[in-house]
Every structure is written in C-alpha cells, then in structure tokens.
Unconditional design. Sequence first.
Length: 394
Amino acid sequence: MALFPDNLNFDGPFPRLSRRLRLGIVGGGRIAATQAMAARMSDHWEVVAGALSSNQDSARSRAAEFRIAPDRAYVSFEEMAAAETRPSEGVDAVMITTPNHLHHAAARAFLNAGIDVLCDKPLTNEVSEAEDLVGLTSASGCVFGVSYVMSCFPMIRQARQIVSEGGLGRINQIHVEFLQDWMTPEEVADAPHVKWRLDPSKTGKTSCVGDIGTHAAHLAQFVSGLPLTDLRAEFHVCGAPKPVEDTFFAWTRHAGEVPGTLMATRLAPGNRGGLRLRIFGSEGGIEWDLEKAEQLRFNRFGEADRIISRGHGHGVSPTTERLVRTGRGFPEGIIEAWGNLYTEFAMAVAARKDGLRIPEGWLGMPTVADGANGVRFIEATVRSNQAGGEWVEL
C-alpha cells in the first residue's frame, strides 16, 4: 500500500500519509520522551518498539511508559534491529537517543538491517565513525536524519529563505551563541542525566562543544548557506572542576573568508535557551533568539525595521508555512520544532518506501552529512584548543 496520496503536490502543504509510520526508540532517557511526544504530535508516527534498558525488567517497565507491548521491549539495540525487520509489522524507522559513544554502533546495526534512522547529535565521537555512517547510509539507501532541531523552527526557515534570495546582500559576518545556566550549581553534576555528559568515555573529547556548540555551528551554516572552513577555539572550565569544558569561545571563518564568532556555555545565569543568531550583509541583517522564537528581526539598511511573526496567513513563505500549525498569536515552541523534524523525517521515509524522488529543497531536515560535518567541527575545536587557540581548518 502506497503511503503518499496519488495526487501528491510537492508545492503544497505536507500530505497526510495513508498510515502512521512505526517508530522504535533506542535509549530511554529524558530526551527520548520529548522526541516521542513530538513524533506522535506530528500525526505521522506511532511508537511501537524500544530498547530502553539493558535490564529486562527495567526495559519492560520503561516500555510500558511509552505504551510499548512487552514483547517489543528489547534489552539491546542489536536484538531490536534483528527482530524488527519484519516487512509488514516491524518498525519503519528508529530514533537513537543514547549517550554519544553508542550512536555509531546503534546506527550501524539499523542501517545494516535496512531500517531508517534519526540520531541525536553529535552524530559520533570520532570523525572516522561519522564518515563510516555517511558511507553506509549511501550504500544502504536508507534515510538518515540528525536532530539539529533548532533548524526546524519556522522563523529559521524564513531566515534561510531571506538569505538565499539575497535579502541581506553579500554576507559579511556571522555571529552565533548558545548560553545556558543549568550547570551553574555544583551539585547538578551528580544528576544521572548529567554524569555521562561529563565522562569523556561517553561524551567524547568535549562536553559543551558537542552538546550545544554543534547546534550553534549547524545553525550558522544552515541559515547562511556558507560552510565553516576555519576556526580558532579556546576551552574553559568556568564552574566547578570537571574533566571536560563547560564553556568555549571561537573565532570562525566561513566560505568566502566571511568572519564570525561562536560561543557556548552552560554557566551563564539568567540564560536558559540563549541561542542567538545574527547575520549581517552589505544590504541588511537578520537576528533570531530562541527565547523569542516566534519572531525574526529583518532589517534592510535605510528602511524601516521589520519583525516577521510565525503564524498562518501573515506573509511567511509557503515553504515556511508547511511547518506552521497555528495562527499568529497562538504560540508554538520547541515541541513543535521537534514535531517539524519528525514530520520531515516521515516524508523522507515514506518517499523511500514509495520509491519517490524528493524534489530538491522540499525538505530541510538535517542529514547524516550534516551530522558528520558537526563531528568535524568538534574535532577542529579540540585541535585548535590543544594548539593554544591557533587557526585550524575543518
């Protein structure tokens, strides 16, 4: 049975599929619950299977919280990948929300089983592992999305379109920062969801860079259309002693020698979701703030300032409106952005199953290539910091 309707129009809103796709979960932490909620909200997915704990009792108990049947609660992703390949009943795709060090092996298991993947970021802890997943994705023909969810806010898509259509003129600088404050109290390091983020054997060579710095780096490139080419970075521990950085600052260069700055920290009291993007050009600039995600500031030099608001029927582009659920004045937030990611992932998975070729530009979902680029970014910041803040190429 085809998933897409016969009269599919790629220029219109995203279509309603003929059935909900079947989603599996690998990793049972807090972000898994958030993503499952968003996937269900998109109305394109139902959660049917999970590898949520290596302990059988815990796996079944956690699965019950997701309304997963006991016989589809697995104790390992290897077991799940082998069991869920049933053509008519197995999962259509999986989300991987484990600690970083497990991403590569888990993703590989499902790609080898021909199952599509949406993986948390950073994609892997090593560049070689990321490149292995890029190659395996290409060879398998599977869909592979990466959860750079900040790129799924409607106003970010609107910003990207403004830039691509020349609304800023020639881009001459790019600034992005991600400031949070949740690691300010010293005792937070004892929380279960924090411990692994401070353990280099699990989180990799970085903590703050890999966790939120990669969001900032991806967003700068996603909206500007200009890849990062070089950077020089410094790592800092600004709070209680820890084996990995909690703060980092970087100077950046994008394609065309466009300069910029990039910084991230978890010790900035008063900042909860302090992700801010500013891009300036020869004719104008744009500014977006995660804590005011419904609005995009767009300025053309010498003209009146503009504030573009998310909402149906208020001048946003048709490609942006595909990701809008309510009228202006009725707020949408991070859960809806996650829902947008799972909507685009569903469209890509359905297209593969129906043998359809997706038109260029129809989906903006971050892919395995974006994930690999994020791992190269992390590796470059490590090399630069170790060299005393010297410029390095990605």
